[in-house]
Design a protein around this ligand. Structure first.
Ligand code: BMP
Length: 271
């Protein structure tokens, strides 16, 4: 499919966080997000420093870090995000009522809202989930002057996922009614278009996980497509975990390879 450049979309987008992301992608010439699914702070920070130049966004699952502490895990990660100009995306997959997610977002040991520019959100509970998250984000946005936003899980990459069809459409409807949503986790842009379009669709940011080269699955339901396939389906940013940081990989070499594959696929499609 043909697409506009990231620069053009950055200039037009009314959501400042989405504009920032498109700008970083264009400046660093990378539409790669690496999923830092590791269980120690040392590994997390080493990968963030080594791969920082090659990514626009790092995705974390902060609750799998064995030796987590705000001071030794988050503070250096935030410093690295400034050093290498990447954004941080905590893949928290919020899925509760508004009041509960508000506290899950701003309290506890992780205090996610303080440091994660993006978080993932399920549509299952209804739109109160977005209102609750937004309530937690408002004071932080005011205080530190950074933007915050949600990516709704419109589709998942895993086999047998129940997120398709009417459910996906419901998520898009919910997203349309909230300024807190920056875009979607999805396997195709097409799925994030409303069938009954009464309001003009926003220029959503689409991130696509389940991307790897030369492997189709992981034996636990993950289903992989190549960077080219994800980009052909209208993705803006590919998310790669084990394809780059897996035990048998050389992360820098792989990050360069995936970045090139996704960036070349984008170059082929621009108007
Ligand atoms: P990997 O590339 O190693 O399979 O990792 C994929 C990452 O993306 C994981 O962190 C997983 O939680 C996340 N993810 C996914 O795989 N599919 C989805 O639909 C949504 C996700 O967040």
């Amino acid at each position: 499919m043909m697409r506009e450049t990231y620069e053009a979309r950055a200039a037009k987008n009314s959501n400042p966080l989405v504009s920032d992301i498109f700008r970083i992608i264009a400046e660093k010439k990378t539409n790669l997000c690496v999923s830092l699914d590791v269980t120690t702070t040392t590994k997390l920070l080493k990968l963030a420093d080594d791969l920082g130049p090659y990514v626009c966004i790092f995705k974390t699952h902060i609750d799998i870090i064995d030796d987590f502490s705000y001071k030794s895990t988050i503070e250096p990660l935030v410093e690295l995000s400034k050093k290498h100009n990447f954004l941080i995306f905590e893949d928290r997959k919020f899925a509760d009522i508004g009041s509960t997610v508000q506290h899950q977002y701003d309290s506890g040991i992780y205090k996610i809202v303080n440091w994660a520019h993006l978080v993932t959100v399920h549509g299952v509970p209804g739109s109160g989930i977005l209102s609750g998250l937004n309530l937690a984000a408002e004071p932080v946005v005011q205080k530190i002057g950074q933007h915050r936003g949600a990516l709704m899980l419109a589709q998942l990459s895993s086999k047998g996922s129940l997120a398709f069809g009417e459910y996906t459409q419901g998520c898009v409807q919910m997203a349309n009614e909230s300024n807190f949503v920056a875009g979607f986790i999805a396997q195709s842009r097409e799925a994030t278009k409303l069938k009954s379009e009464s309001v003009a669709s926003r220029d959503w940011l689409i991130l696509t996980p389940g991307v790897a080269i030369g492997i189709t699955g992981d034996g636990l339901g993950q289903q992989y497509k190549t960077p080219e396939m994800a980009m052909e389906r209208g993705s803006d940013v590919i998310i790669v975990g084990r394809g780059i940081i897996g035990d048998d990989k050389e992360p820098i070499k792989e990050a360069i390879r995936y970045r090139e594959a996704a960036w070349n696929a984008y170059l082929k499609e621009i108007k």
